[in-house]
Write a protein that binds this ligand. Sequence first.
Ligand SMILES: Nc1nc2c(c(=O)[nH]1)N[C@H]1C(S)=C(S)[C@@H](COP(=O)(O)O)O[C@H]1N2
Ligand SMILES: [Mo]
Length: 370
Amino acid sequence: MIRPPTIGSPLRDVRVTARVGRALGVAVGICFATGLLSHLHQHPPMWLSIPPTPAWGYRLSQGLHVATGIACVPLVLVKLFSVYPKLVQWPPVRSVPHALERAAIAVLVASTLFEVTTGLLNIAQWYPWSFFFPQAHYAVAWALVGALLIHLAIKAPVIVAALRRPVDDDREGVGLTRRGLLRTTALATGAVTITTVGQTLPGLDGLAVLAPRRPGIGPQGVPVNRTAQAAGVREAATDPDWVLEIAGPTPLRLSRAALLALPQVEVTLPIACVEGWSAQGRWGGVRLTEVLTLAGFPPGSRVRVRSLERRGLYSSSTLTTAQAGHPTTLLALRLNGSDLALDHGYPVRLIAPNRPGVLQTKWLARVETT
Ligand SMILES: Nc1nc2c(c(=O)[nH]1)N[C@H]1C(S)=C(S)[C@@H](COP(=O)(O)O)O[C@H]1N2
Ligand SMILES: [Mo]
């Protein structure tokens, strides 16, 4: 029997593994639950009408999703470090139950690395792959959770026993102690969180040096994901003949001046991007219900808005009936006290409470029923 040399660091201790694993389990649990919620927002099943309140609901859940996902990075690395010799143990399988246990671990490690890597690349807005990120990220999450539950069931007795035993601080040789490793892991996890969570948590934005976005940076003090130039709508959005088509029983064609002549309201609502950044804005414009009533839409209609942007996933979005009927759901014409910038969706964009940023469609062309 060939054995690789055991890499027998005293740091590779089941008590360390169990404690780091517990933290990782909590992070993965929150990340999975909030990821599921984000999926439901973007693909609502017929039985579910997502409520418009609290307005900051998606901002909180997606902020948690990305923050816990980032926190997984140091936790996964330390967890893998602490069990590394076991991953390459020889012979690879000893029995049928052992083979199942190792298969679950293989799926768990592979899916976790996949989720963390694709998630990180996504928040950096870098898509160096050909598959569709949300679908792949969502499907693999289920594989991860399945493998995690099997792993926990098999290891439960070992985990419970390891968590009961205190981590002793005896120094074996020089270097890091086991408690020192746990402290370092906690510090590293805290550090990556503190330097990124300011992309969504007001007050910590000054510390968000590792965050891909800072909430206050962008035209009118709000970040932009896709510019009018990138969306190919510059010309159409600045065309003096632009009108918003309201395809109701009484069809309307409203110029920006006509929209500005309707009763104006101002609401404070966040843009909360799936990438984990969010920014509050003061939006001015016309209530969607105002225009729906004018065009004779029956109450409770399922409404869809369409962008001047023809192609792409963000060219339209559908509102739940509760969101469409909410008084803070606006056809926004102004942001933070001035006319909406072209990159924020001029001449008019949708802004509605408790919705992912991807559904806050910019450069509107049409309002219709589904
Ligand atoms: N037509 C259109 N609307 C869009 C997008 C887009 O690419 N095209 N991007 C969406 C995304 S992903 C986000 S997070 C918000 C960003 O809004 P902002 O650029 O005003 O900050 O707009 C959304 N609306
Ligand atoms: Mo977004």
